[in-house]
Design a protein around this ligand. Structure first.
Ligand code: NI
Length: 433
């Protein structure tokens, strides 16, 4: 039995009018018991631990709805290149050299960065997902994991089998913190026949599908040429949107595509910074949201971002839409919702993303007693337009502290950095002499 009381400014993300300048959150084991003004804890609640942080904001942990965690090993290895040379000459040859152990350490590097930047949950797509799952279990975060499936590649069938094995081994692992989705890579790397197999398995097991959709104009042209349809139309026609689907990117959409996504309740993982860095384009997030589409935020992999900081991602997502449309769109609170409540919906997790009784105790505190946060007119505006990774003081997932006073408690961050450095440099030396 563990009971924790956190006294702080409370932003529960349960409605834009809810904020407790002097509030408290009570936690019992892995769940939140109460949220409210100071003194609102249930009678008889005797905490084992009290955190008095009157100048911190406590809020739900941030949710990264699209990443390739182990790609931290490629951070800074290939930048400022056009998309295809970037992939073909740099990223894919590097990835070919990755061992299972490399992926474990690359993922651990990502998870330590995520913890230090207030991200408590990720949706990942990569290979060697057993290693990713083990890294997540060790780090103590929450994750939805998808084995990336290149249906048109030589390992399409093997990778599908690995997805099934991943489900058998890791669905519900880490005391329920780990769950599994299927991860067909994209419309241009999977045939209709292959996708139909994936859909059937996903339906049979009751799990979601995580796929890149309409990321670049190249993709639009390839699918148009092959099928005379947009990627969204094509996926809809083959039945991909029947169950829970996370579509990453969705940069190039027609209004008909948006109608389909809304009608089929497809959730979107928006990756503003990756889309900017790779010159993919600007996703029509305002239009999607106005149609009721759920949109979460993602960083994508560290080779196209190059960090995993969702605070930066919130700021970029807001500014990018304001630049494209007008300054009134995507106000700060809505961006915070995308990084929390909508992120949880995107991942199909119904008990994280808000601070509310009965919800999982996945929360962070942010140190607002710093020059860049004064004067404190609007906490949501400060969190989106001002805050950055280094402002996060405390991280809790499932009622357990993963970071206190910026010290990560579940992993040896120094060792993780050293391992990542030597492994990435080993691969680079193999490739480039
Ligand atoms: Ni991606």
């Amino acid at each position: 039995m563990s009971k924790v009381l956190i006294r702080a400014m409370v932003l529960p993300m349960t409605g834009s009018d809810r904020f407790y300048p002097r509030g408290e959150v009570c936690i019992e084991n892995d769940r939140i018991v109460s949220v409210g003004e100071l003194g609102s804890s249930p009678s008889g609640f005797l905490p084992d631990r009290i955190l008095d942080l009157p100048n911190d904001v406590v809020m739900p942990g941030l949710i990264n709805t699209h990443t390739h965690a182990a790609m931290t090993l490629l951070r800074g290895y290939a930048d400022d290149l056009p998309l295809m040379p970037w992939l073909k000459e740099k990223v894919w040859p590097f990835e070919d050299k990755l061992t299972d152990e490399d992926i474990y350490w690359g993922t651990s590097l990502a998870l330590s960065e995520m913890i230090r930047s207030g991200t408590t949950t990720m949706l990942d797509m990569y290979a060697s997902m057993d290693q990713v799952a083990e890294a997540v279990i060790k780090a103590g975060t929450r994750a939805v994991l998808s084995r990336g499936l290149i249906g048109n590649g030589p390992n399409g069938e093997k990778a599908l089998q690995e997805s099934l094995d991943l489900f058998q081994r890791y669905q519900g692992a880490g005391a329920g913190r780990v769950s599994v989705m299927f991860g067909p890579h994209a419309p241009y790397t999977c045939s209709a026949e292959y996708l139909k197999k994936v859909i059937a398995e996903a339906n049979r097991l009751g799990v979601g599908i995580h796929i890149h959709v309409a990321e670049t104009l190249d993709e639009i042209n390839i699918i148009q040429e092959q099928y005379q349809k947009t990627p969204v139309q094509w996926l809809d026609d083959i039945g991909l949107f029947g169950g829970h689907v996370v579509a990453a990117h969705c940069v190039h959409l027609t209004s008909n595509d948006m109608e389909i996504l809304a009608r089929q309740h497809v959730c979107i993982a928006h990756n503003a910074e990756s889309n900017m860095k790779l010159n993919s384009g600007t996703a029509p997030i305002v239009e999607l949201r106005s149609r009721g589409v759920v949109v979460g935020l993602g960083t994508d992999g560290a080779s196209s971002n190059n960090n995993l900081d969702l605070f930066g991602e919130m700021r970029s997502a807001a500014f990018q839409q304001k630049l494209r449309m007008d300054s009134t769109v995507l106000p700060a609170y809505e961006v915070l919702e995308m990084a929390t409540v909508a992120g949880a919906q995107t991942l199909g997790l119904d008990d994280v993303g808000m601070l509310a009784p009965g919800f999982k105790a996945d929360l962070i505190t942010i140190d607002m007693d710093q020059p860049h946060f004064y004067p404190r007119f609007s906490i949501p505006a400060h969190l989106v337009y001002v805050a950055h990774a280094g402002d996060v003081r405390t991280v809790m997932v499932d009622g357990k502290f993963l970071m206190e006073e910026r010290k990560v408690l579940t992993m040896d961050v120094h060792k993780v950095c050293q391992e990542a450095e030597s492994r990435a440099k080993r691969i680079s030396a193999e490739l480039n002499g």
